[in-house]
Design a protein around this ligand. Sequence first.
Ligand code: MEV
Length: 306
Amino acid sequence: MRAESRAPAKVILAGEHFVVHGGKALAVSIDLWARATAESGREITLESDNPPGSCGPGGCAPHLRPLRAMLEELVADHPGAVGAYRLSSEIPEGRGLGSSAAAAVALAAAALALAEGTALREEVYEYAMISERLIHGNPSGVDPAVSAHGGAMLYSRSEGVRRIRVREGLLALCCGPSPRSTAAMVELVAGFKRSRPGLFDALLRSSSDLAEVGASALAEGNLLALASVIRWHQGALRILGVSSEELEAYVASMESAGMAAKLTGAGGGGCALGLPIGRAAEPKCSAPVVRWARYPSEGVTAWRLS
Ligand code: MEV
C-alpha cells in the first residue's frame, strides 16, 4: 500500500509573536509545497531531500527526530501507518514560511491516508503539533493550522481557526540566505514581555484589533486598509526587536517598489513579504530568493494508492 500528500507553506500578514501570547494572527497559505510519500513496511524509516537526512533503525539525523517522534505516536494509534516515508520540500527552511509545519502536516497526512484511507485535517493538525512542540518549544499552532486547512484565516490559541473568504492574489517574497531559530526569537519576545509588560500588552491588544481589521480588509479586497495593517505590524515587530538590518533592507526595497512590506514569521532573518498596491513593480531586493507567491492555496491533500 502507498500514500502521497502535499501541504502548503504559509505567510503571516499580521500578528506573529503576539499570537504566541494569546493575540490573533492573520495568515494565508501560499503555493509552495512540502510533499510526502508513505509505503507500508515493517518499521518506520524516513528519507528527506529537504532538509536532507534520514532516519532508520541505525539512527536518525537530529533535525528529523521530531518528525520521527510524531510518526511513532501516530503509528501507536494507527498501526497501519508503519512503513517507509519520503519527504521533499520546496519551502526554504527556517525563513518564516512554515517549512517545519508543512513537513509535519504532509507526513502526518500521508501516514493517516496509508493507515485509514483518509486524513482528517483536525487529526493531521494534532499530530503535526507533536513535532512542532519538539522543535519550537511553545508554538501557537498557527503554522500547522494554515498548512492543514489552507486558505486565509484569523487564528488564535483560544478560538482556533476562523476562515476568511478571499480572492486570489500575489505577494512578493524576499528571503535571506540563512535559516534562524523560531524558538530563539520567541524567547527574545518573551524577554521583552517580561521587561516591559505594560507596553507589550498594549501592543498585543492593538495587534489583535488590527488583525481583525486586516481580515475584513482582505475579505473586501480593500488593499489600502490591509497595507496600513501590514505597515503597523512591521513597526511593532521592529519594536519587539525581531527585525534585522537585512529584513529592513528588503522591506525598504519592496516599499519603494510600491508595496506594503513587513517581515513574516519569527524574524531575526528569513523572509519579508510585500503586498502590491495598485501597479507595483518587481521587488528589487538583494536577497537570494526573490519571487512571487500566490495566495490562498488549498490546504493539505492526501490520497492512498493501492
Ligand atoms: C512563526 O511562524 C510564528 C510565531 O508567531 C511563532 C508561533 O506562532 O508559534 C513567531
